[in-house]
Write a protein that binds this ligand. Structure first.
Ligand SMILES: C[S@@+](CC[C@H](N)C(=O)[O-])C[C@H]1O[C@@H](n2cnc3c(N)ncnc32)[C@H](O)[C@@H]1O
Length: 233
């Protein structure tokens, strides 16, 4: 019985690997279609921004793809930590990126101050690469929202991963959405009972990337979600 179970698990893993490779091949093809500059520089750039651990690594290519679809003026990244997601968005060179974080860390990500390190990395990236304008804002999400007055085209929610925190982040920033806003929820798989649960309950159009830790894509614009899903299906 144990042998049969192991056999089934191996088959399952085999097909999962094929599916994953297929997604990566598609994402590579996407990079071949965009401009020469990004095609040429993406490996070095990705290497430089991933010197510290991040569970966002697998989303680099798809974040760039989503930026091509969204063509945003304003992107807000809630949760910077070592900066991977913020710099991944910046690589597409579309619009202005705001990376917001208390830079105190949290019990899920780890309690640490990454501010100086992120600013240093940003300075060196700006010297070497053509990237979007990035501004880091040090503060609690809910405090920054009180003085915020911009419409947001892409919002990435990746702060504390409790159900209540994710709900609070979405509802706090919802007032700045427009009909084309895309919201990305990181960790819908690794925090299935909290982030995943909230994402599943949300009304609207959605697409799920199940690999890595899971990235949920939400919008009230069905066409945008279909465009994103079309590429991956
Ligand atoms: C999971 S990490 C972000 C990871 C990052 N997106 C990446 O690409 O690796 C979560 C970050 O959110 C920040 N954070 C959590 N709750 C916050 C809040 N209410 N206000 C501001 N920052 C918060 C923490 O300081 C931590 O750096």
């Amino acid at each position: 019985m144990l042998k049969i179970n192991n056999y089934i698990i191996s088959i399952y893993r085999f097909f999962k690997r094929i599916l994953r490779n297929q997604i990566q091949i598609k994402e590579t093809l996407f990079f071949l279609e965009i401009d020469e500059y990004r095609k040429k520089n993406r490996f070095r750039y990705k290497h430089l921004i991933s010197q510290k651990h991040t569970s966002w690594y697998e989303n680099f290519e798809r974040a760039n793809y989503i930026m091509q679809i969204a063509q945003p003026n304003v992107v807000v990244d809630l949760g910077v930590d070592h900066g991977f997601s913020t710099f991944a968005f910046a690589f597409a060179n579309k619009g202005k990126i705001f990376g917001i974080d208390s830079f105190e860390g949290d019990p899920h990500a780890g309690v640490r101050n990454t501010y100086d390190e992120v600013i240093d990395l940003h300075n060196s990236l700006m010297k070497e690469f053509e990237i979007a304008d990035v501004q880091f804002i040090k503060g609690y999400f809910e405090d920054v929202a009180k003085t915020w007055n911009n419409s947001i085209d892409v919002l990435h929610i990746d702060g504390f991963h409790s159900y209540q925190a994710v709900k609070n982040d979405f509802e706090t920033w919802e007032q700045f959405f427009n009909p084309n806003t895309i919201v990305l929820f990181h960790d819908i798989v690794s925090f299935k009972q909290t982030v995943g649960k909230y994402f599943n309950e949300l009304e609207g159009f959605k697409y799920k990337f199940e690999d890595g830790c899971g990235l949920g894509v939400w919008s009230t614009n069905e066409k945008l979600i279909r465009q994103i899903g079309y590429f991956y299906n």
